[in-house]
Design a protein around this ligand. Structure first.
Ligand SMILES: Cc1cc2nc3c(=O)[nH]c(=O)nc-3n(C[C@H](O)[C@H](O)[C@H](O)COP(=O)(O)OP(=O)(O)OC[C@H]3O[C@@H](n4cnc5c(N)ncnc54)[C@H](O)[C@@H]3O)c2cc1C
Length: 502
């Protein structure tokens, strides 16, 4: 019997026959994430139910030197939740999907990490006075898990202008280390404390080394997050952005976003959809208000929340004052009149627009979302335009009308997310060219504007190293931590090429 078969049998003893498979259709179905380009076919797929089972699986993997890749719902767009190269074990945590505790007094929820963002918010809305997670994870939150979000430093599903990235709300984690030990980070590391309440204390920020780690430092099994009462009062408005003699639409939008951020207004969200995004949404009949109003060009919308009508009126007055001064054209208040902000907030447009606009499952595969200082938005706009011009012929060859673009949204306290990428049709025949183009776009962002990506998966993490962006000292530091935690190189090997370097 070979080592994989031995490992399989020992894992079967841990989780039971029903929750492990080495059958080809199962392994193929776990060989890709939502990006459709990067593939790695595992030998084994396992769905454990407890941290103890995960600990057992990792010990088996260490014994046989088999790689293990943690996976939430596989909505990753950069190849993070599948093996780099074939082989190994994909460890799917989605059976661990319960809310374990809602500490209403201290406003903290503790969950198993396989629960999705939409599920946790749905359940929390029915507890006590009604709660939510503030930042509601990624725009893929209908399926993406808390564990995936925390590993990817996720932001984008809503609430980010007020609460920041999902990782900001984390006050502690239960993690199974690559060698199988189980720890809780944050205040709950004090074993006399029954419930977590802060990420800091008891040493360094050890939660931090697992947040945004794309699953290289450990397998998260539980997470404790701050929660917030569902706001009683909400306001929204949407503006159509035209160019003026002096300024392009993106320059106008950037100026306004910076004013909003500098004045610390009570913005729950603000999003800029470029003309190309608006045309994508309207041509597919998503965001029907924009269709009704036959909107062409870019739109900017905001959402704000408050505890009282008076406070809401005050927020709206201050926010809209700046838009009025900038002479932005305001659409009507209702969704039908084009108020995308209202649709985004009240009708879960935050999760729908993204899932719906994913092109039916075969386009938009070269994702390059990143964080940026707000003032750089016009430079990113130019970067995308220039890059598209340079690569249009090549993109058109592999997918009709290929182009690269973005949307931008505010993140607390004072920066933006430029969520973008390239839309081409993904076919097996063109995978190599597509990967080449994708990497070129990422490296252009890293080198030209110091791009700070946050889900690194396979392609972005490696492009970061290939571009030479990391100093030798910083990279060695990354290797030192990885080596200390994972001496046998079994957890998510190949990411950032770290395991190749010790
Ligand atoms: C339509 C669409 C919209 C999207 N919008 C956004 C967005 O707005 N913002 C954003 O950030 N991302 C976005 N994404 C990308 C992705 O869906 C998110 O980053 C999401 O948080 C991934 O969650 P997941 O449960 O699917 O994780 P997976 O894809 O399963 O895993 C993601 C990464 O985390 C690791 N991981 C997963 N679970 C664990 C665990 N328990 N322990 C350790 N490591 C783990 C994996 O190894 C992998 O590297 C979008 C994707 C799609 C398809």
């Amino acid at each position: 019997m070979n080592e994989i078969q031995n490992a399989y049998e020992e894992i079967e003893n841990i989780v039971g026959t029903k929750f492990v498979s080495d059958k080809e259709p199962i392994c193929y179905s776990y060989s890709m994430n939502c990006d459709f380009t990067l593939q790695g076919i595992p030998d084994i797929v396992v769905k454990p139910r407890t941290p103890e089972e995960i600990s057992g699986i990792l010990k088996v993997a260490n014994k046989y030197g088999t790689k293990v890749i943690p996976r939430g719902n596989g909505a990753d767009l950069t190849g993070g939740a599948k093996p780099i190269g074939d082989g190994g074990i994909v460890l799917d945590v989605t059976r661990m999907n319960k809310i374990l505790d809602v500490d209403e007094k201290n406003r903290i929820v503790t969950v198993e990490v396989g629960i999705s963002w939409s599920e946790i918010c749905e359940q929390l809305s029915n507890v006590g006075i009604g709660y939510y997670t503030g930042t509601t994870g990624p725009a893929s939150g209908f399926s993406a898990t808390i564990g995936g979000g925390l590993s990817n430093n996720t932001v984008g599903g809503g609430g980010a202008a007020m609460y920041g990235a999902a990782t900001e709300q984390c006050v502690g984690l239960e993690v199974v280390l690559p060698t199988g030990e189980i720890i809780y980070t944050g205040s709950k590391a004090n074993s006399f404390r029954d419930k977590p309440f802060t990420r800091f204390g008891l040493g360094a920020d050890y939660s931090g080394i697992f947040l945004g780690d794309v699953g290289i430092h450990g397998v998260k099994t539980k997470a404790s997050l701050n929660i917030f009462p569902l706001p009683e009062y909400r306001g929204y408005a949407t503006y159509v952005i035209k160019k003026t003699k002096e300024q392009t639409p993106v320059e106008r939008v950037t100026d306004l976003m910076m004013k909003w951020q500098h004045h610390r207004l009570q913005l729950h969200d603000f999003f800029y959809y470029t003309p190309a995004t608006v045309s994508g949404l309207t041509s597919r009949n998503i965001a029907k208000g924009l269709v009704n109003k036959k909107v062409r060009g870019g739109v900017l919308y905001y959402t704000t929340v408050a505890d009282t009508q008076r406070q809401l009126d005050y927020n709206i007055e201050r926010i809209e004052k700046f838009a009025e001064e900038a002479e932005f054209e305001r659409l009507g208040d209702t969704v039908e009149e084009g108020n995308v902000g209202k649709w985004f907030y009240e009708e879960d447009g935050k999760w729908q627009w993204s899932n719906n606009s994913w092109g039916g499952g075969y386009i938009f595969t070269m994702s390059t979302c990143l964080k940026s200082p707000t003032n750089l938005l016009p430079a990113y706009h130019k970067l995308y335009d220039d890059w598209t011009k340079r690569n249009f012929a090549k993109m058109t060859e592999i997918g009709p009308g290929g182009s690269a673009g973005y949307i931008a949204f505010g993140v607390y306290p004072s920066y933006i997310d430029v969520a973008g990428g390239g839309g081409v049709i993904s076919t097996i025949e063109h995978r190599e060219t597509q990967e080449e183009l994708w990497k070129d776009l990422i490296i252009t962002q890293i080198k030209e504007l110091g791009g700070v990506h946050y889900w690194m998966g396979e392609i972005i993490g490696r492009a970061l190293v290939d571009s030479g962006a990391l100093t030798e000292e910083y990279y060695n530091f990354m290797i030192t931590i990885k080596k200390a935690l994972d001496p046998n190189r079994i957890l998510s090997p190949g990411k950032f090429y770290l395991t190749e370097n010790y």
